[in-house]
Design a protein around this ligand. Structure first.
Ligand SMILES: [Mn+2]
Length: 252
């Protein structure tokens, strides 16, 4: 049986994702715990690799969710008040740098657009994984306070469904936005989302042995930006430095 690896926040650095997959064996598994798109050079390529390589499982991140929210708005334009559409479009495309991903998505064929949308809709929100005799909870940002801590379970997109507009999502959910430490007894929690640089560091953050934030800031496109690749079987950690630093106009 192969090994289980986890990384996070690829943020459109498809070249680094390819590099990681080159290192893996054919029976290894890679969980990418959210934020495939935005801020880096090639978000659509990153999404396609994660969709097409059978070793990969991608969880939803806040950026992926905002992209999906924008797509759902287009699809259900007549059923949503205009102010809400404006808010959703501005939230992603302007405030969170989604414009380049939106443009790149539009360059894809109709068939590819449909396939990528379906892929995003099917992303898990929280996954429980066992490796090296240890149990892990993988989630993009945080385990919210109302998670069933006594009976941890996998969660899919249903948990993010908007009660008022079922085709939209609760894009503000703490699962993908929370910046706090929540521990789950008996499990090691692995999150991404908050870059080490945001906390004044440049390497992964730990709180004891049972909580890790592995986002090392590829979103920033800085010299210190890197990908942390954590092997869950032996907790071995490897850093892959940024390859292509995307300038503002290079972002896709
Ligand atoms: Mn994020």
């Amino acid at each position: 049986m192969g090994k289980t690896y986890v990384c996070s926040d690829i943020h459109a650095h498809a070249d680094i994702l390819r590099e990681v997959l080159k290192k893996l064996q054919s029976d290894d598994r890679l969980y990418m715990i959210g934020d495939a798109v935005d801020k880096g050079p090639d978000g659509m390529e990153a999404l396609k690799i994660l969709r097409d390589d059978p070793r990969c499982e991608m969880l939803i991140g806040n950026h992926d969710l905002m992209m999906l929210q924008n797509l759902a708005c287009e699809e259900h334009r007549d059923e949503i008040p205009a102010f809400l559409i404006d808010d959703i479009f501005m939230r992603w495309q302007i405030l969170n740098f989604g414009w380049a991903s939106w443009e790149a998505f539009r360059q894809e064929s109709e068939e590819e657009q449909q396939s990528l949308t379906a892929f995003l809709k099917e992303r898990p929100v929280l996954r429980i994984v066992e490796a090296g005799g240890r149990r892990f909870i993988l989630v993009h940002a945080a385990v919210p306070k109302d998670y069933p801590f006594d009976e941890p379970q996998d969660l899919n997109m249903d948990v993010l469904a908007d009660p008022k507009y079922p085709f939209l999502y609760d894009w503000k959910s703490d699962f993908v936005w929370g910046r706090y430490v929540t521990k789950v007894p008996g499990y090691t929690v692995i999150v991404g989302h908050t870059p080490a640089q945001y906390r004044g560091g440049e390497f992964i953050m730990q709180d004891g042995e049972d909580w890790y934030d592995i986002d090392c800031g590829l979103a920033y496109n800085e010299d210190s930006s890197k990908l942390a690749l954590l092997c869950l079987d032996d907790m071995n950690l490897e850093y892959i430095p940024i390859m292509k630093r995307a300038s503002f106009s290079d972002r896709r």
